[in-house]
Design a binder for this molecule. Structure first.
Ligand SMILES: Nc1nc2c(ncn2[C@@H]2O[C@H](COP(=O)(O)OP(=O)(O)OP(=O)(O)O)[C@@H](O)[C@H]2O)c(=O)[nH]1
Ligand SMILES: [Mg+2]
Length: 447
């Protein structure tokens, strides 16, 4: 699976956020530490891991969640954004006439990727030609020639020629009719100065528009220095990470990308010519974090909390306790929506099936009620009868509403209280209501 290990460690860290009842300093510290460890274990360069997590920590502490976003969602969002930043802005290799040079160390997947790229451009309606400029490995010529035949592309090579530059020059002439010319180059065991010189000369000879670094996902900590050496030589325009279908950790690739500031443009996910995917950073990180799962997870956690609150509140109300405190809680749930439409039946004037437009008016009214109650003292909330005319004036001023609205709130409360008292006192009605609520999925059994 793609970066399986890194993904699962990151998901574990995020799960902690989803499971926490609130986001505080110590939770953020813990999450930041977890993510740091996950990145380093995945072979992301230590320096890079540290700087990313430092920024993450700073933002999580300093930035306020935007309206409508909970602190939890906000932190998850920041983690996501910082990880996307490592990968840099998305870049697409244009679909046009061009020359592409593939570079990279031995066995990283250059030749295979040449075939895949050829197929990719053919599918976009462009003709493709290959140049076999790997003069060091005897089998390289045959390997590329076979790929060219497999996808019906033109091909230039000369197994007897030992000068890569000569082949490259001859190739560009021979393949001048091809829209996209893809040049395969030699790999080596390590970064030797003569390989670097050769690659520089080949890049110049073919005037390569794209110089793509092919990087095996298993490379690890060596990826950064490797990428840098190639970048200094030819100026890397993009990175292709191969073998992401395997068990590779892949973090090295992230470090390489950060090192050369060239984005990943494709990923290889298998040995066949069709196993190439265009790389999209947000999608990649989302997949890594299991963002789809994560959103559901966050939603579920919230729903569970809402359900619990609703059940506790309903029990209290059924036991006959109904002050403005309870009404406030009720309204809070209703205005937060979620699964709490069920409780609407308990508030006169909100009951029954409502159209969305009505719901909105009601929501606005309930929000005003909430603001009024926010201006009340604890005493007034517990014993609303205390709120007489002079207090009505004070509350209206404090909440920025008219006295009429304060009175409306009190009237509503009184109606609710009477209705609830009726339920609670009338065993038959009470039983009916309980059955109704239970049928709607609420667990009201005493624990
Ligand atoms: N599973 C998997 N295997 C791949 C992928 N890309 C390449 N390979 C395999 O990796 C091996 C090396 O691939 P090559 O394309 O020959 O690598 P190279 O960089 O051209 O190697 P040299 O020319 O020897 O430097 C081959 O067995 C490929 O089938 C990939 O995305 N997934
Ligand atoms: Mg090769």
């Amino acid at each position: 699976m793609v970066l399986e290990k890194l993904g699962s460690s990151l998901r574990d860290a995020l799960r902690k956020i989803a499971g926490a009842s609130y986001v505080d300093d110590s939770l953020i510290k813990e999450i930041v530490r977890d993510i740091q460890r996950a990145l380093i274990q995945a072979d992301v360069n230590v320096q890079l891991a540290l700087s990313v997590t430092k920024e993450l920590h700073r933002r999580a502490l300093e930035e306020k969640p935007p309206a409508g976003m909970s602190p939890r969602e906000h932190v998850v969002r920041i983690i996501y954004e910082e990880l996307v930043k490592i990968l840099g802005a998305a870049r697409e290799v244009p679909i046009q006439k061009q020359r592409i040079l593939l570079v990279g160390l031995y066995g990283q997947g250059k030749t295979t990727t040449a075939g895949k790229l050829g197929k990719y451009f053919q599918k976009k309606g462009l003709s493709v030609g290959f140049i076999a400029a790997d003069v060091h490995r005897p089998a390289a010529y045959d390997q590329l020639k076979q790929l060219a035949e497999q996808i019906n592309a033109t091909f230039h090579g000369d197994p007897k020629e030992k000068d890569a530059v000569k082949i490259a020059k001859a190739g560009t002439k021979a393949l001048h009719l091809a829209d996209v010319v893809i040049v395969d180059s030699s790999g080596r065991h390590a970064l030797e100065p003569d390989l670097i010189k050769e690659i520089e000369a080949v890049a110049k000879a073919v005037h390569a528009d794209e110089r793509l670094l092919v990087l095996d996902a298993t490379v690890g900590q060596q990826a950064g220095p490797q990428a840098k050496a190639f970048h200094d030589a030819v100026g890397i325009t993009g990175v292709i990470v191969t073998k992401l279908d395997g068990t590779a950790k892949g973090g090295g690739a992230l470090s390489a990308v950060a090192e050369v500031k060239a984005p990943i443009v494709f990923i290889g996910v298998g040995e066949k010519v069709d196993d190439l995917e265009k790389f999209e950073p947000p999608r990649f990180i989302s997949r890594l974090l299991g963002m789809g799962d994560l959103e559901t997870l966050l939603e579920k956690a919230q729903e569970a909390i809402d359900e619990e609150k609703a059940e506790a509140l309903t029990k209290k109300i059924m036991a006959g306790k109904f002050t403005l405190h309870e009404m406030y809680e009720q309204i809070e749930m209703l205005t937060d929506m979620g699964p709490m439409r069920k409780l609407a039946a308990l508030i006169p004037g909100v009951s029954g099936k409502m159209k969305d437009a009505d719901m909105e008016t009601t929501q606005a009214r309930l929000r005003r009620f909430r603001i009024i109650m926010d201006s009340m003292t604890d005493e007034e909330m517990t014993d609303p009868k205390l709120v007489k005319s002079s207090r009505v004036q004070r509350l209206a001023r404090g909440a920025g509403v008219s006295p009429r609205e304060v009175k409306e709130l009190l009237r509503n409360y009184e109606m609710s209280r009477k209705a609830i008292k009726g339920f609670a006192g009338n065993r038959k009605m009470r039983k009916q209501l309980l059955q109704q609520l239970e049928a709607s999925g609420m667990d009201l059994s005493e624990k």
